[in-house]
Design a binder for this molecule. Structure first.
Ligand code: EPZ
Length: 421
């Protein structure tokens, strides 16, 4: 099993480029069964999650491949097979988003319910509520969801106690675009990745209004063509790389990002008193005198602070000059990384859905265990600044969402290598 061996304490320098957004590629790829024609994504990152979804697409009659240029394409070849298997779906939750598109285009879909997840309870009740509101006859049998019938426009409220569901909005939207009549989706998620899916579907001929708001209005169409699409930059990878510069107190340039997707994170950088220069499509980190300021941080649906940046920001706060409080409003259990950071000398205690972090002067390298995609990124960031050697185990988690991150960090001067042990 691969590990990352990190020798901490190196200053970073240079420029690094952000890849295309994993969480934009996944719902767009999952929409392939909707289309009469070929879709292609020109800047899809090389990630195991995307490879997994491509394997699942091939089990439901969609041919897909990645060309050397990095271009990923998908096209329906045999719409008769419409069962997405548990063995693959359980490894990658976003594959549940095949349900809406397959049902809407074929009148039938059978998709395994996703398995458990390290970051917390992740039901799909809102996905099913939305598809039922569009006329789907849904039953659960043997761990699979079966959806049958013809999609008819309707009025849907997708909000929940936590706000809105990102993949739930995508799943329901991908059924509404081919439904007979009009659909309103209230309480829709408005993450940039949801907006990118909307724009892609519009490029395929869908009629969607309210993109970027919590109220989407869809006028169903009879057919959607394929389209070529360049997904948005990965805002989570971008902010993770910025923190690599900040936590090592270095000057680096992270380019190819969209600052307007990171307003909540930039606000917390400002509260931390770090020095950054925000450009048109880049963020430069600058060395600062002294330690960063402690702060409070709470995760919310977009445009609030993204839960997918919580662990990485916590790594930075372990070195703040005082006490910070990080509160999770999306996944209250998403703190497995806190215990691992404690092994590196951080002082963190849990208080319900919050973690209280008493800043320390330094971290020390240790063997640590990655538990989910973003927690593993947090441990790598901590390893960059910790004294001594950090071994991050189970880095297959990080390969799910970060394209060649050790190469990107090494290009900045970090001493990170992938080892087999
Ligand atoms: C997406 O997951 C992202 N994944 C997650 O990123 C991200 O953490 C999450 O949104 C929140 O921003 C992809 O886009 C592939 P949700 P998703 O449905 O859509 C509750 C990463 O690191 N909920 O928005 O599955 C749920 O329990 C991953 O790239 C219901 O109650 O998340 C949670 O509290 C990790 N019922 C909240 O909504 C439902 O039917 C947000 O979940 C669906 C969700």
């Amino acid at each position: 099993m691969d590990k990352f061996r990190i020798v901490g304490g190196k200053k970073l320098s240079g420029t690094v480029r952000v890849s295309g957004a994993k969480n934009a590629v996944l719902p767009i790829l999952a929409a392939a069964p909707l289309l009469d024609g070929r879709m292609e994504i020109t800047n899809a990152p090389h990630l195991s999650d995307i490879a997994t979804l491509m394997r699942i697409l091939s089990t439901v009659g969609v041919k897909c491949d990645r060309e050397h240029s990095g271009r990923v394409w998908a096209e329906v070849s045999d719409p008769r097979s419409s069962t997405a298997p548990y063995s693959l779906v359980r490894t990658m939750r976003a594959s549940f988003n095949l349900l809406g598109p397959m049902w809407a285009r074929r009148g039938y879909a059978k998709v395994s319910l996703p398995g458990g997840c390290n970051i917390g309870h992740r039901p799909v009740d809102l996905h099913l509520k939305g598809l039922r509101a569009l006329g789907a006859r849904i039953r659960v049998e043997g761990g699979y969801v079966v959806a049958e019938g013809e999609p008819v426009g309707g009025r849907i409220y997708l909000g929940g106690s936590f706000g809105s569901t990102v993949l739930g909005t995508c799943n329901v939207l991908c059924a509404a675009v081919l439904a007979k009549g009009d659909t309103t989706i209230e309480g829709a998620a408005m993450e940039p990745e949801v907006q990118d899916l909307c724009h892609f579907l519009i490029a395929c001929g869908a009629e969607i209004e309210g993109v970027g708001s919590h109220l989407l209005r869809v006028h169903g169409v009879k057919e959607l063509k394929g389209a070529s699409w360049k997904v948005i930059p990965d805002r989570i990878e971008a902010a993770t790389l910025v923190i690599a510069g900040l936590i090592t107190n270095s000057e680096i340039l992270v380019e190819g990002l969209r600052p307007e997707h990171l307003s909540a994170v930039l606000d917390r950088f400002d509260a931390a008193g770090v020095r950054i220069e925000v450009g048109e499509d880049s963020i430069r980190t600058l060395p600062r005198e002294g330690r960063i300021r402690p702060l409070d941080l709470t995760t919310y649906p977009y445009p609030g602070f993204p839960t997918d940046m919580q662990a990485q920001f916590m790594a930075l706060l372990t070195l703040a000059d005082g006490i910070s409080v990080v509160t999770e409003r999306i996944y209250p259990e998403r703190f497995i990384h806190a215990a691992e950071l404690t092994r590196m000398g951080a002082l963190i205690r849990r208080e319900g859905a919050s973690a209280v972090i008493q800043g320390v002067e330094r971290l020390s390298g240790a063997p640590v265990m990655a538990s989910d995609l973003r927690a593993s990124a947090a441990l790598v960031l901590a390893g960059l600044v910790a004294e001594g050697i950090t071994l991050v185990d189970r880095v297959y988690h990080i390969d799910r969402g970060y394209e060649r991150i050790e190469e990107k960090l090494r290009s900045l001067g970090a001493d990170v290598e992938r080892v087999q042990e």
